[in-house]
Ligand binder design. Structure first.
Ligand SMILES: NC(=O)c1ccc[n+]([C@@H]2O[C@H](COP(=O)([O-])OP(=O)(O)OC[C@H]3O[C@@H](n4cnc5c(N)ncnc54)[C@H](O)[C@@H]3O)[C@@H](O)[C@H]2O)c1
Length: 248
């Protein structure tokens, strides 16, 4: 059985969708979860506590190096170590995301949150993981990094960067027992999708061999496995979780 007993796990984007589910699943598996989000993830923290789990909440904009320092310092001071980091926070473009129509502001925003934030998070936690004998990092990318999809120019660039950055980091710190892996979800029903017209929803479902769209819990259980001892021998890999959408 997957267990995170005695693990101290930081989750970004824990206020909604996949991050919220991952925080809840990690707590169910026994971890103390540091729930972070750009807006307070109080609802997630409360939900964990109501179920008898351990959680702390921190506001954290993943672009903010000082914010990362504060979260890691307070976690280390209270718990003595950081066992896991699951980086889920991310956005899609607020403006048309094509090479021609993208604005420079949108490009910078997406690359800063979706890619630079991942680097800042790893930079913040890896030194203490090395000091405490290792740790697990899971970075959330997207199938948009692996295949061409309409209207995902900056998003795909950032998500592809996550895979390359994570692979490199995984080999850099493998001997220190820091494991870095990536999850690339397909379509998962969360608020990031916005309002999808019924015809499009039905077409996306029909195009998924598993016969349904993904749920945040699908991704969360994979993340918990990678954060657990089950991830000890998994280094620098990208796991697609998309109900078979990219398999045909
Ligand atoms: N839902 C999908 O279909 C899908 C598919 C592939 C990849 N993903 C990826 O999964 C991740 C989670 O997405 P989701 O579907 O749960 O969306 P979501 O919108 O429900 O959750 C994203 C969370 O990230 C937080 N966030 C945004 N900017 C932030 C910042 N600067 N600092 C800290 N937190 C910030 C938001 O407040 C929100 O709570 C994203 O990285 C997304 O790209 C989602």
């Amino acid at each position: 059985m997957t267990t995170l007993t005695d693990q101290i796990v930081i989750v970004t984007g824990a206020g909604s969708g996949i991050g919220r589910s991952t925080a809840l699943a990690a707590a169910h598996a026994g971890a103390t979860v540091i729930c972070t989000d750009i807006k307070a993830a109080d609802e997630t923290t409360e939900a964990i506590r109501e179920e008898g789990g351990q959680a702390r909440g921190h506001e954290l904009d993943v672009r903010d190096r000082e914010g990362w320092k504060n979260v890691t310092a307070s976690t280390l001071s209270e718990f003595g170590r950081i066992s896991g980091l699951c980086q889920v926070a991310g956005i899609v473009s607020p403006t048309p995301d094509t090479a021609v129509d993208l604005t420079e502001d949108s490009w910078n925003l997406i690359l800063d949150i979706d890619l630079k934030g991942m680097w800042l998070g790893m930079q913040a936690v890896i030194p203490s993981m090395i000091e405490s004998g290792g740790g697990k990092i899971v970075n959330v990318s997207s199938v948009a990094a692996l295949i061409g999809m309409q209207n995902t120019a900056a998003y795909a660039a950032a998500k592809g960067g996550i895979i390359a950055l994570s692979r490199q980091t995984s080999i850099q710190y493998a001997a220190d027992k820091v494991r870095v892996n990536v999850i690339a979800p397909g379509t998962i029903e969360t608020p990031i999708l916005g309002d999808i017209p019924k015809e499009l929803y039905d077409a996306m479902t029909a195009g998924t061999p598993a016969g349904r769209l993904g749920q945040p819990e699908d991704v969360a259980s994979l993340a918990v496995h990678l954060l657990s001892a089950g991830g000890d021998f998994i280094v620098g890999q990208t796991f697609v979780i998309d109900g078979g959408w990219t398999a045909h």
